[in-house]
Design a protein around this ligand. Sequence first.
Ligand code: FA5
Ligand code: MG
Length: 428
Amino acid sequence: MAFSLANSTLFSKPSIFLHRRSLAFCLHFSSISTALPSDKVHSPRKWRHPVAASLVELGGVKIAREEIVKDDPTNNVPDSIFSKLGMQLHRRGQHPLGILKNAIFDYFDTNYPNKFNKFDDLCPIVSVKVNFDDVLVPADHVSRSYNDTYYVDSQTVLRCHTSAHQAELLREGHTHFLVTGDVYRRDSIDSTHYPVFHQMEGVRVFTPADWEGSDTDATSYAAEDLKKCLEGLARHLFGGVEMRWIDTYFPFTNPSFELEIFFQEKWLEVLGCGVMEQEILKRSGRTDNVAWAFGLGLERLAMVLFDIPDIRLFWTTDERFTSQFSKGQLGVKFKPFSKYPPCYKDMSFWISDSFTENNLCEVVRGIAGDLVEEVKLIDNFTNKKGMTSHCYRIAYRSMERSLTDEEINDLQWKVREQVESKLKVVLR
Ligand code: FA5
Ligand code: MG
């Protein structure tokens, strides 16, 4: 199940919380950043099992694989995730995410000249405190669980949202800022969810002078300004597009909203936002102020903007994809290269109490990498003895080539083996 920071309770608690020294190397802001070259390997083997580098450079700091991927119960970061650290797709001017980021910057630069400070290389390895506590995420919130978040150790996570930087930047005195970065979540597998994606956070602080002239209260003033700003951004990016506001809940904003855009015959959630909880402002020494904040899902917006049908495509180095985009070109529509056939494999098993869909997806991704297109629950029943059976359908499909039966059977056998041994389920 995809978690959203809108959810409010913890369904599965992590079993062990050892207290260990947390990583200090990256918990400050970085200023230099080097995007690692993505591997240009096209052979099926490499595509399926990306070989993780042993070192990544984040903000000028070199971090060894052993610091991030550990055989330790307080760590749940797999190699496939480590290999994405430092890629910084949002900093590549020719990449759809970089093009989109720059278009959003243009909007803010035009409408609020010299107002918004921009940060796009803050380190994604952050403390539990800044990722959750500082933005008032309750102790029992589902997003804190090991099922939903990648923990480096019990006090350190791969940020699950760019909101992790809100409080720190406010404390440093920033009142208008945009933070772009890669974020990490254990999540379900389908065309709009990926365990690494990119967000842009926006925050604007108002002082009493801003709203006192209007005939509304501070909160309504900020909420109205927020919606106006984001609707303007949507018009800037899309021209005309069908969209709607949904009321929702976030621990860090009140009121809170989500914006949805109609895409591929469905409503697609592209951002969360709201009026910042007063407590966050108070703790940063801004008792008399109000603020709005938003968090955009860059892949989701880019999918609509460029007509990109599958979120995995953002990570491909296939030139048939990358050559279709160029710096500053917003209006381009992606032309799919030939679509290769999917192959479906069903798998039924009796679940155990500790079974979760995110754990299943992690196992499947670990084996099939980006060859897995979707993992979907298609049947679910409980028998008279109280045993629950799940049937999942796994869709395998490469975006770059046809897969052979042998290759898929091989993957599926490995999945079955690991699902049984790692997830403690009984295959039927
Ligand atoms: C948040 O992450 C909040 N921090 C957003 C926010 C910021 C709200 C500031 C209020 C104030 P949420 O979990 O809904 O909210 O994610 C925000 C956006 O990220 C979603 O709307 C969606 O566009 C994108 N997103 C979420 N999960 C995924 C995923 N697995 N893959 C791709 N995009 C995703
Ligand atoms: Mg959401």
